[in-house]
Design a protein around this ligand. Structure first.
Ligand SMILES: [Zn+2]
Length: 234
């Protein structure tokens, strides 16, 4: 027999309100009414994550839309130059970088992705060279720097293929930055002056390797490594 939660009077099981004080009778143990609203929503309200194909479609339409708008604007703004090609080229490069990985159905090896990424940058730089008639600097400067960047990133990804601690990753990335800067300045010097005279890159490289040394020491000494791990929550 139910009782009123407010005044404690004994209630008939069929009443929905206390006849004495008017408090609504709610019996959680009573079977839910067939026609009444359910206590809990029957449909899960979870929002499904966006599918990769939908994200790729959205990104593609955004890049294509920007390219088309700029092409139309080019008809009126400085029509003597086809500047919209730079925007379209940048959009194509971004497409290769960000949308192509979304469309891949299975895992793609990192070197394949890097080759595609560097190829996209090379194609874009080639487009600029074509527009400015600068094949000299393209082959003399851009191609060597891009090839160096690709080689450094490939070597870095090969060294980190098994996944390493944060300390090792930071050390490797610093070393890679140092090597790349040294090589990039060498490419520039050889192109512009015909001889290698390291300047700013040497400072960057020495600083990077100077930072690597204490990291290597920390990595070698277990007590130091544990201390760093505790303090920085690695
Ligand atoms: Zn009551």
């Amino acid at each position: 027999m139910p009782y009123c939660v407010h005044c404690g009077v004994e209630l008939d099981p069929s009443v929905h309100r206390c006849p004495l004080c008017g408090t609504v009778v709610l019996d959680p143990a009573a079977p839910a009414a067939e026609d009444g609203p359910p206590f809990f929503p029957t449909r899960p309200a979870r929002v499904e994550p966006v599918s990769r194909r939908a994200a790729a479609l959205l990104a593609t339409s955004m890049l294509a839309s920007v390219s088309v708008c700029c092409a139309l604007l080019n008809l009126f703004l400085k029509p003597q130059y086809r500047w919209y090609l730079f925007v379209a080229g940048a959009a194509a490069m971004l497409w290769v970088w960000f949308v192509l990985p979304l469309l891949a159905k299975r895992w793609v090896p990192l070197w394949v992705r890097l080759t595609a990424d560097v190829g996209a940058v090379a194609a874009y730089v080639a487009l600029i060279a074509l527009a400015l008639d600068g094949w000299g600097w393209f082959f003399g400067l851009a191609v060597p720097v891009l090839a160096l960047a690709a080689a450094v990133v490939c070597a870095l990804s090969w060294l980190m293929r098994k996944g390493h601690s944060v300390l090792t990753t930071v050390t490797l990335v610093l070393a890679a930055v140092g090597i790349f800067c040294l090589g990039a300045e060498a490419c520039g010097d050889l192109y512009f002056h015909g001889e290698w005279a390291p300047g700013w890159s040497l400072i960057v490289t020495v600083s990077c390797f100077g930072l690597c040394v204490p990291l290597l020491v920390v990595r070698r000494v277990p007590s130091l490594r544990e201390e760093v791990r505790r303090r920085f929550h690695f």
